[in-house]
Write a protein that binds this ligand. Structure first.
Ligand SMILES: CCCCCCCC/C=C\CCCCCCCC(=O)SCCNC(=O)CCNC(=O)[C@H](O)C(C)(C)COP(=O)(O)OP(=O)(O)OC[C@H]1O[C@@H](n2cnc3c(N)ncnc32)[C@H](O)[C@@H]1OP(=O)(O)O
Length: 264
């Protein structure tokens, strides 16, 4: 059976990934504003560009685990920085009302989109086994422990990242590929937040000083510019008080249609 419903389900999944809420019924209106605890419409026109595809099940049929919440493996730096940004996500007004602050924490799951990795052409076995690269190590604290906060006003985002023992490259230090993975993930998430669905076209990385295994670092990303389909984002990886630069990078992200993802 061919319907357009799958596109909407995938878009709803993206909204959930990005920590945004949408309501049934008003899906096609074009609103980019977010209200505290309110609904949000995707400004992404590309969502509607795939007209036909097989009906797909809702990507998250159960309440998925949010991997960006504190767990027992988080060290004191990780917890302190989490609290620092998390406390600015929701503020209380004088009359006791809660409203969004300048930061938003993005929830994080171990799947990006159930059916987007190569689309409907992948075998069911691969689809069911697919996991987000950065969230595929079961043991807490062994791999990538991280949480991303976005600041829409300043078009900036930060990621607090604790590098686990399975990410070793040079003895006692984090593998350059693991650092690149985090940079790609955070700059890509930021570009998606600002521009809708994107893919990395170019990533330039300069490694300035090694990162100790087990340590917590801060990735700070900002929008450099947008030109048509191109979103340019830069990123610095520093120690937790930003006094030491570990890595710096720039990325180019190209807006894609859902058809680009689903077509493999
Ligand atoms: C990801 C989807 C959304 C989900 C987000 C969920 C949110 C959070 C959830 C979970 C967090 C996970 C976050 C992970 C993020 C990771 C992201 C990745 O790692 S993506 C994988 C690696 N990237 C690829 O595999 C791309 C492979 N390449 C392509 O598919 C194409 O080349 C593509 C789409 C990048 C561009 O192809 P064209 O056909 O659409 O566009 P053309 O015509 O080639 O280029 C358009 C313009 O861009 C320039 N351009 C293209 N590539 C360039 C390059 N490498 N350097 C400089 N310019 C480039 C061209 O010169 C052209 O410019 P002129 O319009 O003429 O000015």
């Amino acid at each position: 059976m061919i319907r357009t419903g799958g596109v909407q389900q995938i878009a709803r999944g993206l909204c959930q990934i990005m920590g945004r809420e949408i309501s049934k019924g008003n899906f096609n209106t074009n609103i980019s504003q977010m209200t505290p605890r309110g609904t949000l419409q995707l400004p992404w026109s590309s969502i509607n560009s795939v007209r036909t595809m097989a009906v797909l099940p809702w990507p998250f049929s159960f309440q998925p685990r949010d991997f960006s919440l504190p767990n027992s493996s988080w060290g004191s730096d990780m917890r302190r920085l989490y609290e620092h940004y998390n406390s600015q996500c929701e503020v209380e007004t004088d009359d006791g009302e809660k409203k969004w602050g300048v930061w938003r924490r993005l929830p994080s799951y171990n799947r990006s989109l159930k059916y987007a990795t190569g689309g409907v052409y992948l075998s069911k076995i691969i689809q069911s086994k697919a996991r987000l690269f950065t969230r595929n190590i079961r043991e807490q604290g062994a791999g990538f422990e991280y949480v991303v906060f976005v600041n829409k006003q300043e078009q900036k985002c930060v990621c607090v990242f604790q590098a686990g023992h399975l990410l070793e490259g040079p003895p006692g230090h984090v593998h350059g590929g693991a650092i690149a993975t985090m940079i790609d993930t955070v700059t890509g998430t930021h570009a998606t937040y600002l521009s809708g669905p994107v893919m990395t076209a170019n990533l330039n990385i300069n490694y300035r000083s090694p990162i100790s295994l087990g340590s917590t670092v801060l990735l700070t990303c900002s929008l450099d510019k947008k030109e048509g389909r191109k979103t340019f984002v830069s990123c610095q990886v520093t120690n937790t008080d930003s006094s030491k630069l570990h890595t710096e990078a720039t990325g180019l992200f190209l807006s894609i249609t859902m058809g680009h993802l689903l077509g493999g």
